[in-house]
Write a protein that binds this ligand. Structure first.
Ligand code: GLY
Length: 393
């Protein structure tokens, strides 16, 4: 049983079902929450940060799995995911941003990352809509991106074709007896585990709330409930990893002409912003990073911050039509690495805590979950949820 129908839970369910496992997914709004908000950058190289080399290696590993994952998902669903591989251009606005970019380029060189340092003029040659004030950049040609809304829709179609039930209910509690997981007890169709609000619902309704039994037994439960993972009732204290919500506001714009050919990231006086172009003319601008608990309100200040910085890098953004604004909750952990693996409670596995990288890390996570469900022990993995138990001793 997979609790959570975001990109991570649905990917794990799909891969497990493909391997012949009997799978059920529980989520009141599959494809909603953080996966619905996400821009879909598959950008481990341009998103590298100084203290997070383990995360970089995981991201590079998962990025390499994306083409095969996408091809098989398209085969199973018939859907095009808009997977693009034209790279990320990371640009600097002010002199302070350029200095920081220079230091980052040196760090990337030490890590042997395949990047290219560019002048402002070279950046504008690649992306003519960039402002004359852009001072320089780093091109990460291997970075890619995908449309997460298409991915979750394709996963739901693929699951439907494999006969996997997706139960649109929230989980009230995990049922534990004799020291092992027995299944889950269901709550109402919405509620605290609903993962945020979004306009429209996914088209699939494989089992409506009236048909689903109140308790669903399961030999193994994979908890992929995103920001809600740390607080599932019924699980003994200390078993769940410390996952917290990190709010991200994000907006979608429509351009009347092809605007950008690459993902463009940048810093404007230290404030990060990104622009992710789609094949259909959409450009996604993101994102805030806020420690606001489970608040998913879209605020004027959040949107202003994104637009203010995006306009400095690409002045034309203010001409484009706004089509969507949304706030999602990234599942953050203390070390920014996900928690993937068994917990101290037999039968309960976790696949969560992916923070800013859920879409990127979905193929790797799904492959790990399939191996774990098959009984494999993965030793010394950086994502083991037990690292939190050890550090708290
Ligand atoms: N990965 C981009 C974000 O979380 O905003």
């Amino acid at each position: 049983m997979v609790v959570g129908g975001g990109v991570v839970g649905l990917s794990a369910a799909w891969r497990a079902a493909r391997e012949g496992a009997a799978v059920t997914v529980i989520d009141p709004d599959p494809g909603g929450g953080a996966s619905y908000a996400a821009a879909g950058m598959l950008a481990p190289v341009s998103e590298v940060t100084y203290t997070e080399e383990s995360l970089l290696r995981l991201g590079v590993d998962s990025l390499a799995r994306w083409p095969g994952f996408a091809a098989e998902l398209t085969e199973d669903s018939g859907d095009d995911l808009d997977l693009r591989s034209a790279g990320t251009l990371d640009v600097a606005f002010g002199a302070d941003d350029l200095a920081a970019l220079g230091e980052l380029a040196e760090f990337m060189a030490k890590l042997d990352l395949p990047v290219e340092r560019l002048t402002g003029r070279e950046c504008r040659r690649l992306e003519p809509l960039l402002a004359p004030s852009v001072r320089g950049g780093i091109l990460a040609p291997g970075d890619s991106w995908v449309n997460p809304r298409r991915v979750t829709r394709a996963l739901l179609t693929a699951l439907s074709r494999l006969g996997v039930p997706v139960v649109r209910r929230r989980v009230a509690e995990v049922v534990v007896a004799g020291g092992t997981v027995q299944g889950v007890r269901l709550g109402g169709p919405g509620g605290p585990a609903s993962g945020g609000v979004r306009p429209g619902r996914a088209p699939l309704l494989l089992q409506d709330s009236g048909e689903a039994p109140e308790t669903i037994p399961a030999e193994q439960v994979v908890l992929a409930a995103g920001a809600w993972t740390g607080s599932l009732p019924g699980v003994p204290d200390g078993v769940l990893p410390p996952v917290r919500p990190v709010k991200g506001q994000i907006m979608r714009l429509r351009t009347p002409y092809p605007a950008l050919t690459r993902c463009v990231r940048g810093t404007v006086h230290g404030s990060p912003v990104y622009l992710v172009p789609r094949g259909d003319g959409e450009v996604v601008l993101g994102a805030t990073q806020e420690e606001m608990g489970f608040d998913t309100r879209v605020t004027a200040g959040g949107l202003w911050e994104i637009l203010r910085d995006a306009r400095e890098l690409v002045p034309g953004v203010t001409e484009w039509e706004v089509t969507d604004v949304v706030a999602g909750l990234r599942p953050g952990t203390p070390d920014n690495l996900p928690a993937i693996g068994p917990t101290a409670l037999p039968g309960l596995l976790v696949a969560s805590g992916h923070h800013r990288g859920g879409v990127l890390l979905a193929p790797l996570t799904a492959d790990l979950v399939v191996r774990l469900l098959a009984g494999e022990t993965i030793v010394d993995h950086p994502c083991s949820p037990s690292r939190f138990e050890e550090s708290s001793r």
